[in-house]
Design a protein around this ligand. Structure first.
Ligand SMILES: NC(=O)c1ccc[n+]([C@@H]2O[C@H](COP(=O)([O-])OP(=O)(O)OC[C@H]3O[C@@H](n4cnc5c(N)ncnc54)[C@H](O)[C@@H]3O)[C@@H](O)[C@H]2O)c1
Length: 324
């Protein structure tokens, strides 16, 4: 950790790591872009990366929780905070929904620092309503920021990461996407779409050492204000999510993980496949399928497929085995 990092690090309570037996995760020489870093979790991710030596592009378009409004003041304030603590930071007020503005942000990053190692897709908005009351515009607006915003940022950094033979991309997903939540169909669909994006980018990026992972945080921020009871919010310090982000952004990151982090607890979520049952194709297959439903969904011996091909292999394998 460099001098500036130590100064920022002390602020974030990292001095105990320096004194202990753990090897500190070091981001010296790395360049990171964190979207939506003008407040909430993104600001803490940016501060923590800077504290450990990264040069950080603080992106935020500075809008309201529902995506309205906008100014680059929030991003600039966090960049100033990092610089004031001795770190290196740039502010960029691009909306992640604006492909040209995102391209400009990455061009400015390359012009200033010549590389981009880490992309944290963190920007997000909420427009909660039950599906029956939700307008298609509210659905689309949420998908635009979370999904297309991440697509724009990935697209802009990807060629640089390929050329560098190194990249770490973190998609911020959500328990709502993974498991559902009343009133958040737009948000959940967009957040699970990020898992889908991660699944394929992690496969395509592997040969360039581009590792792509998802982070599902739980934290008391303006996003969860009023949605969770006060005593629950009190234990959900947003700082407790940051260790998971640092691991996913590090040189030793896993690839294709879905990390869940909140209140100091860390877990992994998986998209799994049951072994299933081969029923073949006869006139009564639908009836036998209803009969066999418990066996179809039985999780004994389920797997986490390494790619989509695993489903077809399982199906064809069982069909061929049953033919013999
Ligand atoms: N807080 C939680 O418990 C929780 C749970 C699951 C997922 N998340 C996700 O974590 C991320 C951070 O959320 P947070 O809780 O810190 O909320 P937050 O509202 O404090 O932070 C989101 C930031 O994104 C910025 N932003 C919004 N639209 C943008 C755009 N188009 N371009 C650039 N910046 C934009 C906002 O200005 C804001 O600063 C979000 O993706 C959110 O969906 C949060």
């Amino acid at each position: 950790m460099n001098g500036a990092g130590r100064m920022l690090g002390y602020k974030l309570g990292l001095d105990s790591i320096g004194a202990g037996i753990l090897m500190a995760l070091d981001f010296t020489g790395r360049v990171a872009i964190v979207t939506g870093a003008g407040g909430g979790l993104g600001r803490l991710h940016a501060l923590a990366l800077a504290a450990r030596g990264a040069r950080v592009v603080v992106n935020d378009y500075g809008g309201a929780r529902d995506g309205g409004g906008g100014s680059s003041t929030a991003a600039q304030a966090v960049a100033d905070e990092i610089i004031g603590l001795g770190g290196q930071a740039l502010a960029h007020g691009a909306s992640v929904t604006d492909l040209a503005a995102v391209a400009d942000m990455v061009a400015q990053t390359m012009a200033a620092w010549g590389r981009v190692d880490i992309l944290v897709n963190n920007a997000g908005i909420l427009r909660d309503k039950s599906f029956s009351k939700m307008s298609v515009d509210d659905f689309r607006a949420v998908v635009e920021v979370h999904l297309m915003g991440a697509v724009h940022c990935c697209k802009a950094v990807w060629p640089h990461m390929v050329a560098q033979n190194f990249g770490r991309i973190v998609m911020t997903t959500s328990s709502t996407g993974l498991f559902g939540n009343f009133g958040q169909s737009n948000y959940g669909a967009a957040k699970m779409a990020l898992v889908g994006l991660m699944q394929t980018l992690s496969i395509e990026g592997a040969k360039y050492d581009i590792r792509v992972n998802c982070l599902a945080p739980t934290a008391a921020t303006r996003m969860t204000e009023g949605l969770l009871p006060q005593e629950v919010l009190a234990v959900l310090q947003p700082e407790a999510v940051v260790p998971a982000l640092l691991v996913l952004a590090s040189a030793d990151a896993p690839n294709r993980a879905i990390a869940c982090a909140g209140a100091g607890t860390f877990a992994a979520a998986h998209v799994t496949l049951t072994h299933g049952v081969h029923l073949g194709l006869t006139a009564d297959t639908p009836e036998r399928l209803i009969e066999a439903w418990a066996q179809v969904s039985d999780r004994t011996d389920d797997s986490v497929p390494a790619s989509g091909a695993a489903q077809g292999s399982n199906e064809v394998g069982q069909a061929l085995a049953n033919r013999r």
